[in-house]
Design a protein around this ligand. Structure first.
Ligand code: SF4
Length: 177
């Protein structure tokens, strides 16, 4: 059960948030240095990538490896549906902050969805469901609630819960999938 949340990135429904929000350090994965909040020079005005077909060849394998776990399209379509950040860069700081928080929400959900596939005790199953519900608010996420998420203790609670499952025989196998 995953409450319909997709953890698969759909770049066609996004505004290339990773191409502006993330900082790149020049390395064997990124050919350039780029600070967070500055658009990648390869980004096109329609949120495409000038070098998409040659990312690896041109030294940008880090872009191929990055996975937002579906956070990007949620931020664009659910949290800021009326904002096109290239035309309204004033909003970029809050969009970036929300994107970082949503990425973390999805990371925690991925762990919990994995845990749900295990033979959990009734108590652990209920805890898992409760944590998923907290990370899937019925009214959706907003910039304010994502900010509150950053200050809340749910990350620690998921961490404690997942660590408590370590001794389940299938956990390591599932977690690696
Ligand atoms: S933030 Fe995610 S969905 Fe958006 S362009 Fe990047 S990988 Fe694709």
């Amino acid at each position: 059960m995953n409450d319909g949340v997709s953890l698969k990135a759909d770049c066609s429904q996004c505004q290339a948030l990773c191409c502006v929000a993330l900082a790149f350090d020049r390395s064997d994965m990124f050919a350039i240095d780029k600070p967070a909040g500055v658009a990648c020079p390869n980004l096109t005005p329609d949120y495409g990538c000038k070098i998409h077909a040659k990312l690896g060849e041109l030294g940008f394998s880090g872009c191929q490896r990055y996975d937002c776990l579906g956070a990007g399209q949620r931020i664009v379509n659910e949290v800021f549906p009326d904002i096109d950040w290239m035309k309204a860069t004033l909003h970029l700081p809050v969009i970036m902050e929300s994107f970082a928080a949503m990425r973390k929400v999805h990371e925690l959900l991925e762990l919990l969805f994995t845990a749900q596939k295990l033979p959990l005790s009734r108590k652990d199953g209920a805890t898992c469901l409760q944590l998923i519900a907290e990370l899937s608010p019925a009214s959706g996420w907003q910039a304010e609630t994502l900010r509150e998420f950053g200050d809340s203790d749910i990350r620690q609670r998921v961490d404690v819960f997942v660590k408590g499952l370590r001794n389940l025989p299938k956990f390591r196998i599932q977690a690696q999938k």
